[in-house]
Design a protein around this ligand. Structure first.
Ligand code: DX5
Ligand code: ZN
Length: 217
């Protein structure tokens, strides 16, 4: 059964606490926090202050996805704010190895992220040092986009590498996840599913979280 990471990008910002409490009660293990800088992606979302504010109200794993150019500039701030996992895009820095080292040195779980147009080979040299790999299943930047099925091949490839090389990471997927698209991803080896609009734009978010789990039993 897959772990679910609701993305607060689609939550109600003026009623964030009730939304967070609802998804935690519904069994979500992770809370996905999408940080956008207006450069790596066009939108601007939120910064470390949000993580600091959320930390005391939830026991969920705070899964911070940095869609930020040169993310190493912000690693320490998000670590201090209380992030459990920090994800950095291989496309956003000349120094992905250093960025991941910084995350680990800050005592936080390190995640490398790849866009749909980036091959698995681009992150092979750092796979031994990460706790999680995030395979973007849409192009980053917005919630509510359509799942890209060609990304499933990359999930399979990562899962194979994980087995042959004895790596320790979990595979997470992000973008266009629903009770249909999640199935093939879980079969391919994904263990954590981010879901924004599918959870929060529904009348009953609790039922949506259950549906994701039931679809991957
Ligand atoms: C997209 C973000 C996602 C987003 C997913 O750039 O990384 O986490 O919230 O939204 P949905 O689930 O609606 O595709
Ligand atoms: Zn995300």
């Amino acid at each position: 059964m897959i772990k679910v990471a609701p993305s607060i990008l689609s939550a109600d910002y003026v009623n964030l606490q009730p939304d967070i409490e609802m998804v935690e009660k519904a069994g979500a293990e992770f809370l996905h926090i999408d940080v956008m800088d207006g450069q790596f992606v066009p939108a601007i979302s939120y910064g470390p202050g949000w993580v600091k504010a959320i930390r005391p109200i939830s026991k969920m794993v705070l899964d911070v996805h940095l869609m930020v150019q040169n993310p190493e500039r912000y690693v320490d701030a998000f670590a201090e704010a209380g992030a459990d996992i920090i994800g950095v895009h291989v496309e956003a820095t000349e120094h992905i190895h250093r960025a991941l080292q910084m995350i680990k040195n800050a005592g936080v779980k390190a995640e490398v992220v790849i866009n749909p147009g980036t091959p698995v080979s681009a992150i092979e040299p750092v796979l031994h040092m990460v706790d999680q790999v995030l395979v973007m299943t849409v192009n980053p930047g917005f919630g509510g986009q359509k799942f890209l099925p060609e990304t499933i091949k990359k999930i399979k490839k990562l899962d194979q590498l994980k087995q042959t090389e004895n790596y320790d990471f979990d595979i997470e997927i992000d973008g266009g996840v629903n009770d249909q698209t999640v199935k093939a991803c879980a079969e391919a080896g994904a263990r954590v599913a981010v879901a924004g609009s599918y959870v929060f734009n529904a009348e009953d978010p609790t039922a949506q979280i259950e549906a994701l789990k039931n679809a991957t039993k």
